[in-house]
Ligand binder design. Structure first.
Ligand code: PEP
Ligand code: MN
Length: 367
């Protein structure tokens, strides 16, 4: 493949304004639905990649499981008739074989959340892709395990896949929430810092599970400097054979892409840079002061630990802990801090105090 391959360029580019935009139906259902969705999506110039599931991982059996290989003929037509690149999900080595056989119809493979959760499956796919040049996007696993996600990316890199990227599609919630999958923005930031060179894309459709929440989720991702979005789009969402509730029409997509605020990752404007630099300096100074204070607090904790040991008093004092927790939360509230945030910080500090005191008790050194 030549150096000007547009899919490779997309992976290589510096996305300083979230322009890695993927859209298309959850599933390719019919030739008409697939081609017409692509035609309407391509009219809204911002989309670079057309997505369509060919094989669908369904939670329960007996549902629509995708049309299979025939959809490559439709993707091939889309590539001929539009500027769009194409992407589909592969979950087994057989799928990879079909993808490679139809390489002229397909630019990108993505790995689904259920597959990323299983290292055996990921390795089998990486092995099946060895020696090929097709870029691979890796969705986060269902469970919020950053090592499992990063491990999957590494497996593809080790197999020699030059162009990889990640997709944050949220994590299975344990309890009922208004979202289908909970976003864990801190994990998205962490995976980006492990692999700073690869694009990170947000999939607000699978996070939201309902079209009502797609736009706000997408905006949140753009605020956090994601490199792109993957949005499920269907000409008639309510008739969709999978994920009907979370798909939007190409018209709505066009509207979203026009009204979402695409933030730049930085600005060359010198006034902006100067002021930002000043704010950052303030934050730096405050962070060091926080650390010094924490250190001071822990030193007193050590003294208390030795004192308790001398007097044979237990480490954990419920009344004192409840008092600390309550008074600090109350104070935090009066100065405008979030109660939940204070509670979490106090718990961490308290846990560390207990660890330090336990160490002292175990060592039995009273001075
Ligand atoms: C999909 O993209 O249609 C899909 C099945 O996604 P996920 O693997 O995120 O559930
Ligand atoms: Mn879907």
């Amino acid at each position: 493949m030549s150096k000007t391959n547009p899919a490779e360029n997309l992976f290589r580019a510096k996305h300083d304004k979230a322009d890695f935009i993927i859209a298309g139906p959850c599933s390719a259902e019919t030739e008409y639905q697939t081609l017409e969705t692509a035609r309407q999506i391509s009219a809204c110039k911002k989309v670079k990649v057309f997505r369509a599931g060919i094989w669908k991982p369904r939670t329960s059996p007996g549902n629509f499981e995708g049309v299979g290989e025939i959809a490559f003929n439709w993707l091939r037509k889309i590539k001929k008739q539009t500027e769009l690149l194409t992407a589909t999900e592969a979950a087994t080595p057989e799928h990879i074989e079909q993808c490679l056989k139809n390489r002229d119809a397909l630019d990108i493979i993505w790995i689904g959340a259920r597959t990323t959760a299983n290292p055996f499956s990921v390795q089998a796919l990486a092995d099946a892709l060895k020696g090929t040049d097709i870029p691979v996007l890796i969705k986060n696993p269902l469970n919020p395990d950053i090592k499992l996600w990063a491990g999957a990316v590494e497996r593809f890199k080790k197999a020699g896949i030059k162009h990889t990227g990640v997709i944050h599609r949220g994590f299975s919630p344990f309890e009922n929430t208004h979202l289908r999958n909970l976003p864990k923005w801190e994990l998205a930031i962490e995976i980006k810092s492990i692999f700073p060179e690869i694009p990170i894309i947000n999939d607000p459709s699978h996070i939201a599970g309902n079209r009502k929440y797609i736009k706000e989720t997408a905006q949140k991702a753009l605020n956090l400097n994601f490199d792109g979005l993957m949005i499920e789009t269907h000409i008639t969402p309510h008739t969709a054979l999978s994920d009907a509730k979370q798909q939007i029409t190409p018209e709505t997509l066009k509207n979203y892409l026009k009204t979402l605020k695409f933030r730049k990752s930085t600005s060359e404007d010198s006034e902006f840079r100067n002021l930002l630099e000043q704010y950052r300096e303030q934050i730096n100074s405050i962070d060091y002061q926080l650390l010094e204070l924490l250190n001071k607090r822990m030193k007193i904790t050590e003294k208390i630990g030795r004192y308790k040991l001398k007097n044979n008093v237990s480490i954990f004092q419920l009344k004192r802990w409840l008092d600390i927790s309550e008074t600090r939360q109350d104070f935090g509230k009066t100065i405008g801090l979030d109660e939940h945030f204070i509670k979490k910080i106090l718990q961490l500090v308290h846990r560390e105090s207990i660890r330090i005191q336990s160490k002292i008790m175990n060592s039995n050194k009273k001075n």
